[in-house]
Design a protein around this ligand. Sequence first.
Ligand code: PEP
Ligand code: MG
Length: 854
Amino acid sequence: MSPLADWVVDFAAGSREMRDLLGGKGANVAEMTRVLGAQMVPGGFTITTQACVAYMASGALPEGLEGEVTEALDRLESHTGRRLGDAADPLLVSVRSGARESMPGMLDTVLNLGLNDETVAGLAQRSGNERFAWDSYRRFVQMFGNVVLGVPGEHFEHAIAASKRVRGVTLDTELDAAALRELTREFQGLYDFPADPREQLFRAIRAVFDSWQGERAVTYRRLNRIPDTWGTAVNVQQMVFGNLGERSGSGVAFSRDELTGAPEPSGDFLTNAQGEDVVSGVRTPRDIRELRSWIPEVHGQLMKILSTLERHYRNMQDTEFTVQDGRLYMLQTRDAKRPAQAAVRFAVDAVAEGLLDREAAILTIDPAALDALLHPTFDPHADYELVASGVAASPGAASGEIVLSAAEAVAAAGEGREVILVRSFTEADDVAGFHAARGILTSEGGKASHAALVARGMGRPAVTGAAAVEVDLAAGEVRVGGRVLQAGDHIAIDGSLGRITLDRVPLVEPEVSEEFQTVLGWCDELRVLGVRANADTPADASKALELGAEGIGLCRTEHMFLGERQPLMAAFIMAEEEGERAAAIEQLRPLQESDFEQILTTLDGRPVTVRLLDPPLHEFLPHPETLPEGSTARRRVEQLQEANPMLGTRGVRLGILFPELYEMQVRALFAAAARVPGAQIEVMVPLVAYERELELMRELIEGVAAEHAHADYLIGTMIELPRACFQADEIARDADFFSFGTNDLTQTALGFSRDDIEGRVLGRYIDVKILDRSPFETLDTPGVGQMVRMGAWLGRTRKPELKLGVCGEHGGDPDSIDFLHHSGIDYVSCSPYRVPIARVAAAQAAIRAGRANA
Ligand code: PEP
Ligand code: MG
């Protein structure tokens, strides 16, 4: 492709396959034009993402672009029969961003472009509606100033508020033509407004390109892992007008309920309004069902279109439309971002309706988002005072301190405080605050407001449109139910029910819905990877089973020595002679035995991997400063302090230095197993680097096992140090299984302290693009991942029947699971709440692999 011919593509020439080049919006508008016909979709053209990439590289519009835009504009002018800048009958266009992945509200848009003092008169005359013409002009001057010249939005909002006050009206729609003209003039006084429509157009195009590099877009990309290099396309489209009067309006419509996934279209609209009014949340919109009573034909036509688009895309659609004087136009469509419950419901219904097969249906679910389904909600039986309600905009309950700005939310989260971001409405610049907050509450907006979309995208609970909540930023107050609250005061929201309270409401665990069970059942049939859970208590173990775990892949025994048992453990560690140590150990053994018995009983014959004690011993000791100076205890504790405990006396080293400790644990385990019929135990040794370490531990374990009748056991090791990966064949000699501890393997392979790096180094590393996410969250596949593969391969070379698992945090991360599917691993093990996510992710990995091989 010669770049000279390819900076611009007409809607009529594009298709959904051209997403990388045209961006999601451009590709879909083109596709929609084909599917619905050109009469349903206003005409236009797309300036490609490649043009943006070239612009970012050189800082100037690429050569040839202006010529191509001019030609495309000529074609649009002849298609519409109007010319840009024509004083009698002007063509007006919108200039909208559109990246490959949708980034709702993050990039810029300019509407009504082409207006100036001459064309506004033409527009007024043609429409016979002077108020409409000045409303459009006012909006354009406002948006252009804000988006292209960076004039702060408040300057315009204050002027509008003042104008309404002077005229004694409350709604924007009540401002008459004269008021709007005055406002337009006032706005033009805020900056140097360019009257020439061509200059307006090229400046708007550059502004959209620039918005790709803007702070909020960069933040959004980082949170959503969208590469900075993609660039955004720019769509120039003929304007249709939702603000032409009472038979005009704008809205968003989903092909199914965007919250629940139920097969009834949902959405919001506003009469006599343009699209940004609906999304910004400044006016509270009407439910899409009310379209029927407003203009029944439009309602019928829209419902039909939603169904056509859904069948065409084979996915739930999220559309924007405008009604101009009773006539419907579709402005865009895209696959709907949806909360987990809607995703699951859609998958099940789509299979039942024959829209998708099971595999395709499973692939429409974002496994990471399923987290939200496992969020607690307010206990329905709890007594609490409901101070206000609003729109249930994003599911789950959350509570915390009120914060009134995104910056405060970020700062508070940095200090480990849980906060709820409370705003009148939110703007794209609030994104970082969303991420930092536990939940979002807005007094305005609906289900499609910016706050709702972003919250759902991030899996944060949100209540929007809670009109009884009055947010007074100037006073730093929130007034609700006759009370005045300040930042720092407690508030709780339930985004599944749209409720708000100041009480501390007990939460209940969610039920796994029937549909979710159905999907999980399909996933279990399709996946190859096993899924176990990391659980240390009977309660965690039964939660894990309830969520579908096939066994316990990691039972960390150190948690069993904290709390009231900590003094016994401390006595053991601090004992200076054998006898004292043996006495302490003897007291610990029965307690440990009962822990194991309970867990084995809960697992009822499923495998349980019990890891022998791992952490540094001094974690069980008091701080030396708390002990009397000069005392023996203090001296002993001081002796045991280590400069780098993560790499000190921990893991198998404990078993080598204090064999009686591991003997006690193994004895307790076998005694417990003997009392639980069918118990399947796997004894796991942590932090092995040398084959001889495991050889010694195997002798120790077998020695104890020989004292007991229970024979169904395996002995294995964590593989969590680089040397163990390189020497896995040697280590396999004494192992029946390996479990890759990818937390420690990441820590030791990268030399990143897992406790220190996230807070200090990671942010900067992501900023300067060394990393795009934490390697403790998603496996560093080129480094750590390759070590896992090598360890798996070497181990199996020595011992083909070797069982292989992964029990680091990565075991519950969808991207890591996809990689592990291809790494010879038998199962992953993750925290109980991530088990369903792992089941879906493992199925998706298998489906994708099958398709790639087909
Ligand atoms: C690991 O290192 O990956 C692991 C599972 O063990 P822990 O997190 O307890 O060190
Ligand atoms: Mg570890």
